[in-house]
Design a protein around this ligand. Structure first.
Ligand code: HEC
Length: 118
């Protein structure tokens, strides 16, 4: 009986590790289809970056007011480096904060998918 409980515990632990639980989905909505700037990336940039990175106020000489500007900064600049730094790192963007993991994943997938606009 003791052995049975032991194995049951192991099996249940394994199942709970491999199954997607509601908590996993909260910040990790699965990405379906190609990631597009218009639908997926612009909302992140607008809410998290634009206040400090626009044509009138371009922190670090980076403006993300257009698709082209954000694409260049991601493709040839430091966007990926800055958003994937550890919490507490002075260079982490947005400043003093970290994007939700799902937003970071979307930007990384946008890169993989080839920086689609729409
Ligand atoms: C509260 C203001 C603020 C917000 C919000 C912010 N930044 Fe910045 N960012 C700065 C400042 C100030 C600098 C210049 C200092 C530095 O390099 O760390 C900077 C620099 C950068 C740089 C370096 C530019 C270069 O050419 O090396 C990148 C890349 C960057 N930010 C990306 C982002 C992204 C992406 C977001 C949104 C997810 C964001 N930032 C949000 C203030 C901000």
């Amino acid at each position: 009986m003791k052995h049975l409980l032991f194995y049951l515990t192991i099996v249940l632990t394994l199942i709970s590790c491999t199954n997607t639980s509601p908590e996993d989905l909260e910040d990790g909505t699965p990405i379906t289809g190609s990631v597009k700037y218009g639908a997926d990336i612009f909302p992140i940039v607008e809410s998290q970056c634009l206040s400090c990175h626009n044509d009138n106020f371009a922190s670090g000489n980076n403006s993300y007011s257009s698709y082209a500007q954000f694409r260049v900064a991601t493709e040839n600049g430091n966007v990926i480096d800055r958003i994937t730094r550890n919490v507490g790192d002075q260079l982490l963007m947005p400043q003093g904060n970290q994007l939700p993991q799902n937003s970071i994943n979307l930007i990384l997938q946008w890169q993989t998918d080839g920086y689609l606009e729409n």
